[in-house]
Design a protein around this ligand. Structure first.
Ligand code: SAM
Ligand code: SF4
Length: 327
């Protein structure tokens, strides 16, 4: 029902429940950040309403993201409202894991089926450097609690930066295999202006990561499709999937099935472009009538761009940071 100009069907909504976060990952944020005033952020009720209309229009998968979803008050309530939506096949969440030990079982009870946890390093000091404020022990405890809570597949996400954590890729894979977790390696994207490192110099392609893994892990490509941009491999004898998200080196836009709703209700049609539609204005102007919202979402499909163009050499074209985008 939601089909764009290029014939792509939109079935996946990434819902950013907040732009705030308790970490300050060096690739995602600047050290000093200004967050949205609360009045500009959608309420839990507004998010639930917009999500329900997306599902009525054919969306089958929703991912709660941010910012850090677990710092948003009312998140479990939102998850249980979405978990009960008829027609939604999959409710998932991406988290930094810092508060997962506290929330994992309520999220599972609310109907969250799958969880992605970001984990860029297994070394405490380095983890602190990369996240600026994160504590590795809390994230590892969160992963263990999530394993015990019975999520279908837990996936780790690791952004790999040259000279920072590229020497850890084998350790991260070993960590995942031993716990039967999936893991995806992500190429850093130039979203927002950062000064902590040069995105160009830190760039580490998926191909390089596969090369670093090759001596220890023979990777066999597999055809699994999780509905996202990861390309998957397996290590013989293990269940875990090893994924690569390669926005630079292996463009995946032709198969794009997703849109993003920012915490302030801006429907972003593409991660790497600014085309968007203000759904907050529509829900606030029509609190009782869903028809204008439905129309705005359907019409938004006509402005979904064909693809992103990332250029690491020049200044970022996209000034919003990943936390504001809903990564
Ligand atoms: N706070 C949660 C977390 O960290 O998992 C959810 C939001 S975060 C923006 C979602 C994912 O985007 C994380 O896996 C993070 O590593 C990734 N990410 C953030 N900034 C990025 C960037 N500039 N390029 C590539 N991935 C990025
Ligand atoms: Fe926070 Fe996630 Fe961004 Fe890290 S990647 S600063 S945890 S939103």
């Amino acid at each position: 029902m939601l089909i764009d100009r290029f014939g792509r069907r939109v079935t996946y909504l990434r819902l950013s429940v907040t732009d705030r976060c308790d970490f300050r990952c060096v690739y995602c944020m600047a050290e000093d950040m200004t967050f949205l005033p609360r009045a500009q952020v959608l309420s839990i009720e507004e998010m639930a309403r917009i999500a329900r209309v997306f599902v009525e229009l054919g969306v089958r998968k929703i991912r709660l993201t941010g910012g850090e979803p677990l710092v948003r008050r009312g998140l479990v309530d939102l998850a249980s409202q979405l978990g009960n939506l008829a027609g939604l096949d999959e409710l998932c969440m991406t988290t930094n894991g810092g508060r997962l030990a506290e929330f994992a079982s309520s999220l599972a009870a609310a109907g969250v089926k799958r969880i992605n946890v970001s984990l860029d390093s297994l070394d405490e000091d380095r983890f602190r450097q990369l996240t600026r404020t994160g504590q590795l022990a809390q994230v590892l405890a969160g992963i263990e609690t999530a394993r015990a809570a019975g999520f279908q597949r837990i996936k780790l996400n690791a952004v790999i930066l040259r000279g920072r954590n590229d020497d850890e890729v084998s350790d991260l894979v070993r960590f995942a295999l031993e716990r039967r977790l999936d893991i995806s390696f992500i190429e850093e994207m130039p979203l927002g202006v950062i000064s902590e490192h040069s995105r160009h110099e830190a760039f580490c392609s998926s191909e390089e990561v596969r090369g670093l893994l090759a001596p220890a892990f023979p990777l066999e490509p597999i055809a699994d499709d999780s509905g996202g941009p990861s390309r998957y491999y397996r290590v013989p004898g293990h269940e875990s999937r090893i994924g690569f998200i390669s926005p630079h080196s292996e463009n995946f836009c032709a198969a794009c099935n997703r849109v993003r709703l920012t915490a302030e209700g801006r429907l972003l049609l593409c991660l790497g472009n600014e085309h968007s539609v203000d759904l907050r204005a529509v829900v606030r102007a029509h609190p009782e009538d869903d028809a204008p919202l439905r129309r705005a979402i359907v019409e938004a499909m006509t402005v979904k761009p064909e693809r992103h163009h990332f250029d690491l050499q020049s200044e970022p074209q996209i000034l919003r940071f990943m936390n504001a985008t809903g990564g």
